[in-house]
Ligand binder design. Structure first.
Ligand code: ADP
Ligand code: MG
Length: 567
């Protein structure tokens, strides 16, 4: 500790580069401080440090981390506490650029496994970013001393040492309950659960926080209500269960259909207490599928949904730099089957209509032979039968879908009703006049093998991999655009995806033998066994990653314009 003080004093007022001298590890009374990476100048990405606290000296009992979901929850509680304590300090000290910033990679409404705080049986590691202070480019050692010897010890004292059982218990109990519901879904053939009383609408289109005023709490229709027993409370939790198979969400415009579907999309992740979606739980293999014209597609066999295109363009190995609405959505479907999805969540609002339906009149006017698309309405049942993939589909206008639904939920003034019986009666009384076009089965999925060179992080002479916000990964010469991934929910997930891609490249995993599915399995296994941070190439300090699902990782790989595959 005194070494650090001396080093800082000896570089006071010197040029910024002299800060490099403080990289190293220092023992403080309450923790070990590792200064892993010192930024090159005051305007660069802040320096990376770790604070390592011996767990035995804290009050964090071992029982709170005895399962994986519990450990992740404890880490989440600690990140939020550190973030809260950091905010009690002035945002930054005097100085240029990022001088005096002390940050942690704080989460939003979701609880994700992240590297910002890592808890093991022995240690609690807190990763921070610090803008080392300078005036112009001259080192302000006094300010730096205040950060390391006052601010950080005080924050750690309050956030980590100050942690009591009563701070952690409610969070861990909620984690246990959410986990119990997930298991229940899995064991009882359910795709999703929405608890009574849940608040689904969000504050705004750009906020993940609950709508504060005038939100109508969710109330299950009696026919669909189930009760799920959960730990830490006597009464089971009641709410609407959505079964496997084909479920439609219908209703008038602005009556809450998309809001319900979005809640299901986000239910693949756990939410914090007070979010309103604590007990909205969706099978973690459920994937939103939407149209995304303009995206690239690499050698995807979309023939189950789209056959030979005009001028004989092949669709068994369909590649394009610029997909249309329907081809982009079909490609996403096939890619997500390949990646192992268990359910598709689809909204008419964001779909290519011609992929969803060809009605009786169009069938009469345009012969099947002249229409490459086999609409999803003729494929959804086969998809469930052949691959076990359920569909939850929002439809406002496409009544032909009543024919194929197992369950129809009508939203009226934000209240759901089970109208399955009525829908079946209407379907029988008013035939759609359509002919089924789907053939005997969904069709084979050809697993693709990415070729070496598909991942190329070289930009000029240097490797360049960076993220810009949540939706752009700059990978070598190309930008991967992730705007359409509605289940990518945290910028740190995007960083983890970028890191995973680079890891696969550097490890030579794309050897022309492994399928995409095998690559995804391998990364997940790596994360499970070696930890999320193990894919990071930032030496020693992985501090700003959050775990994405395999589907978002697959989606990024599939949108890489340099991807080349064989099958
Ligand atoms: P639809 O898809 O049926 O056209 P949306 O789901 O987009 O309708 O909802 C329309 C509006 O109603 C949105 O602004 C949404 O935030 C709001 N809304 C949805 N559900 C509720 C609810 N339960 N309580 C209050 N407002 C809601
Ligand atoms: Mg809508």
């Amino acid at each position: 500790m005194e070494t650090l003080r001396q080093r800082l004093r000896s570089i006071d007022q010197k040029g910024y580069k002299a800060y490099k001298a403080i990289e190293g590890t220092y023992r403080f009374p309450a923790f070990t401080l590792a200064i892993d990476h010192v930024q090159g100048d005051p305007f660069a990405e802040p320096s990376k440090i770790r604070v390592i606290v011996p767990r035995a000296k804290t009050k964090l009992a071992l029982k709170w981390t005895d399962t994986r979901p519990r450990r992740v929850r404890c880490e989440d509680v600690l990140v939020r506490r550190v973030h809260h304590e950091l905010r009690q300090w002035p945002l930054r000290a005097r100085g240029s650029g990022k001088s005096g910033l002390v940050l942690i990679d704080a989460p939003g409404q979701k609880v994700l496994e992240r590297t910002a705080v890592q808890v093991t049986d022995e240690t609690i590691t807190v990763c921070l970013s610090v803008g080392l202070p300078a005036h112009g480019r001259r080192i302000l050692a006094k300010e730096a001393e205040a950060i390391f010897f006052e601010q950080i010890p005080s924050v750690i004292e309050r956030a980590v040492y100050g942690l009591r059982d009563e701070d952690i218990r409610p969070a861990v109990e909620l984690a246990d309950q959410q986990h119990a519901i997930r298991r229940y879904l899995y064991e009882h053939g359910l795709v999703a659960f929405v608890a009574n009383g849940a608040i689904l609408p969000r504050e705004s289109g750009v906020s993940d926080k609950p709508l504060q005023r005038g939100a109508v709490p969710f109330q299950s229709p009696p026919e669909l209500e189930i009760a799920i027993p959960v730990p830490h409370r006597a009464e089971p939790i009641k709410g609407m269960g959505i079964r496997k198979g084909i479920t439609l969400i219908v209703g008038g415009g602005y009556h809450g259909k998309s809001t319900l579907l979005q809640a299901l999309e986000h239910g693949v992740y756990d939410h914090v207490a007070g979010d309103g979606r604590e007990f909205v739980i969706t099978d973690s293999g459920a994937v939103k599928i939407r149209a995304e014209d303009g995206r690239s597609v690499a050698s995807v066999d979309i023939s189950p949904l789209i056959g030979a295109l005009p001028y004989g363009k092949e669709t068994t190995q369909f590649s394009t730099e610029n997909a249309s609405g329907s081809t982009s959505q079909a490609a996403s479907m096939i890619e997500m089957i390949e990646a192992g999805a268990s359910a598709f969540l689809i909204d008419e609002d964001t779909s290519a209509t011609n992929l969803l339906i060809r009605d009786g009149r169009m069938q009469a006017l345009v012969a099947k032979e002249a229409e490459p698309i086999t609409p999803y309405i003729d494929k959804a049942r086969q998809l469930f039968h052949d691959y076990g993939i359920s569909t939850v589909l929002v439809v406002g206008g496409l009544g032909d879908y009543l024919d194929i639904a197992d369950c129809v939920i009508k939203m009226e003034q934000y209240v759901p009703f089970d109208v399955t019986g009525e829908a079946k009666r209407i379907a029988a009384e008013m035939p759609s006049g359509r002919k089924a076009e789907g053939g005997e089965s969904f069709g084979r999925i050809h697993e693709r093998i990415p070729l070496p060179g598909s991942l190329n992080s070289q930009k000029g002479k240097k490797a360049k991999v960076a993220t810009r916000g949540r939706h752009v990964i700059q990978y070598g010469e190309t930008d991967v655009l992730l705007y359409a991934l509605e289940q990518l929910v945290d910028d740190s997930q995007t960083r983890a995806i970028a890191a995973a891609l680079l890891y696969m490249e550097r490890k030579g995993w794309l050897d022309g033998k492994k399928t995409i599915c095998q690559l995804l399995d391998a990364i997940e296994e790596q994360w499970d066994r070696q930890g999320l941070g193990s894919v990071s190439f930032r030496k020693g300090n992985p501090g700003e990653l959050a775990r994405p699902r395999r589907f978002e990782l697959a989606a990024a790989l599939n949108r890489l314009r340099t991807l080349r595959c064989i099958k």
